[in-house]
Ligand binder design. Structure first.
Ligand code: ZN
Length: 260
């Protein structure tokens, strides 16, 4: 009888030992596979900007690309503008390049529709500036509605995969994101490869660029030049590449002055 009790006690001890071992080892495994090695009580909430890369975010946040991917459960390094990335243990980002400092209104904010399938771009080496012109008799619409109608026209009538321009600048100088820089644009006939398209909203054969529009256009061109190492000689007005009056005499004046 005593022997039996001893056996049961022994079995209990073994079971207790084994279950403790199991708990401990699973705890270790959780620790090993967890990415949350840094203080993650208040991660920095970062919104991905146009043309952002994980490498750039890593550089400006001091987290490694691997840490960012792990923490945000990213399967590959592809990120889209407007996407939220959480950065654990980061209280402040370094200012980054000029592109990251610009306030660009994401396409999901202005209600862009999903683009059709496109091939990915392989970098950019020139910029072309346009204007959208406007029908003076058309009823006045908000800029957001206007952008949506431009996109609709490009997709439905021109049969393009998305809005043709990469950026559009509104009357108050707001910079809107058009086609993502992941893709080549559709804005200059037979000259869209590696060509970034910027469109000024309005007709600048008749109207002058106001100071807010000039400021935003200048800042955007400078940021893109810095990001893609594009020289002044590679900054074009649409009329310099095709038979058109686009982007209007007044934008042309601005570009000539800028290049000097
Ligand atoms: Zn044009």
């Amino acid at each position: 009888m005593q022997n039996q009790e001893y056996q049961i006690k022994r079995m209990k001890k073994i079971i207790f030992f084994l279950s403790s071992l199991l708990t401990l080892s699973s705890f270790c495994i959780v620790l090993l596979i967890s990415c949350q090695s840094r203080d993650d009580s208040k991660p920095y909430i970062y919104t991905v900007q146009s043309g952002d890369t994980l490498t750039a975010i890593s550089r400006n946040s001091t987290l490694s690309v691997k840490e960012i991917m792990c923490y945000n459960n990213l399967k590959d390094s592809r990120i889209m503008s407007g996407q939220i990335i959480l950065l654990p243990g980061v209280s402040q980002m370094k200012s980054g390049d000029k592109m990251q400092q610009l306030e660009i209104i994401h396409r999901n904010v202005w209600g862009a529709q999903k683009p059709k399938k496109m091939n990915e771009s392989k970098g950019f080496n020139k910029i072309t500036v346009h204007h959208t012109t406007e029908n003076k008799d058309a009823p006045k619409r908000s800029e957001i509605h206007f952008l949506q109608s431009v996109q609709k026209y490009h997709i439905n009538m021109r049969k393009w995969a998305d809005i043709g321009y990469h950026f559009l600048i509104g009357k108050t100088g707001k910079i809107y994101e058009g086609r993502l820089l992941h893709y080549y644009g559709a804005h200059v006939k037979n000259n869209n490869t590696a060509n970034i398209g910027i469109a000024m909203l309005g007709d600048f054969n008749s109207d002058k660029l106001n100071p807010a529009q000039e400021k935003s256009l200048k800042q955007l061109i400078e940021a893109l030049q810095e990001k893609y190492k594009i020289s002044e000689e590679k900054l074009f007005a649409h009329r310099e590449l095709g038979n058109t009056s686009c982007p209007g005499d007044h934008t042309m004046e601005f570009l000539k002055e800028y290049r000097n």
